[in-house]
Write a protein that binds this ligand. Structure first.
Ligand code: AMP
Length: 283
């Protein structure tokens, strides 16, 4: 496995892989790799001949006051995980490599970045779309792999790629969960064992949403009330949002029809946790 810290060296590796006829897969990450990331790597290995994992804690997607400095950076362990998984190259640039001068060029997706996490993390998606555009320009992957865990991010990236005619495919992989249903996340490292147990109520609330829709409930506010009740059983959970939105526009819906995204964000000091499920009320 090759490890590149510069744009020049990763480009040379990609060029060589392309010249030998390989198609390129990219798994963008911020490191602190876990089974969720490994599932993306495995999906990439199935579809691509040459798989690159980027590890970059991107400063521009952290809002002031967030955990940029505290974000876990177990680099050597990440490299071991990538090697064992069969990754071909890791691209791990420094912030100076990615942003050598003040960044004054931004990629902005409007509308769908405003609801859900956009309300609570102003500027976050601009950082994500800008860094993903940079990674796509540096690596020129045929396919990039994202997780359903960050549903709004995946929808925003797909839309950016479509709107800007970027020549790659976006594949979104299912959320990997702990046995109690908690979505695996690098930020779960911030939680105590008790908090991890309590955080199972997030997925419990989402399962209740699915159950109610399956039994024909159409009123989104009735479902949200039930979900809120489940989350409020845990005093240490502070709800940021519970939303049921159209899966394409991410606008709130009152009457459930077709494809909907049920999404939850909570604070569980010191972590912020998000989770979601995609549902098709027509089925
Ligand atoms: P991050 O390192 O948190 O920026 O995540 C990198 C990629 O891994 C993103 O596309 C995430 O959506 C994805 N990811 C993170 N956690 C999970 C999970 N539990 N299941 C599936 N994908 C995940």
């Amino acid at each position: 496995m090759e490890v590149s810290e510069t744009i020049e060296s990763i480009r040379n590796l990609i060029k060589a892989a392309r010249e030998s006829g390989k198609n390129i897969g990219l798994v963008p990450t911020m490191g602190a790799l876990h089974v969720g990331h490994i599932s993306l790597i495995e999906a990439a290995l199935k579809k691509c001949d040459y798989v690159v994992v980027s590890i970059f804690v991107n400063p521009t997607q952290f809002v002031p006051g967030e955990d940029f400095d505290q974000y876990p950076r177990p680099f050597e362990n990440d490299l071991d995980i990538c090697k064992k998984a069969g990754v071909d190259a890791v691209f791990a640039p420094s912030p100076e490599q990615m942003y050598p001068v003040e960044n004054i060029t931004w990629v902005n997706v409007t509308k769908i970045t405003e609801p859900l996490c956009g309300q609570f993390r102003p500027g976050h998606f601009q950082g994500v779309t800008t860094v993903c555009s940079k990674l796509f320009n540096i690596i020129a992957p045929d396919i990039a792999f994202f997780g359903q865990k960050d549903a709004q991010q995946a929808i925003v990236i797909r839309r950016m790629v479509a709107d800007l005619n970027m020549p790659l495919e976006i594949v979104v992989c299912p959320t990997v969960r702990e046995s109690n249903g908690l979505a695996v996340s690098s930020r779960n490292k911030y939680l105590s064992d008790q908090q991890k147990k309590d955080a199972a109520n997030i997925y419990k609330a989402l399962r209740e949403c699915r159950r109610m829709i399956d039994t024909g409930v159409k009123d989104a506010s009735e479902i949200i009330t039930e979900m809120r009740n489940i989350l409020q059983q845990v005093p240490s959970i502070e709800i940021e949002y519970i939303s049921i939105v159209d899966a394409d526009t991410l606008q709130n819906i009152e009457n459930i029809e077709g494809k909907v995204l049920a999404a939850v964000a909570v604070r569980m000091d010191p972590a912020r946790l998000i989770d979601n499920i995609l549902l098709d009320a027509a089925k």
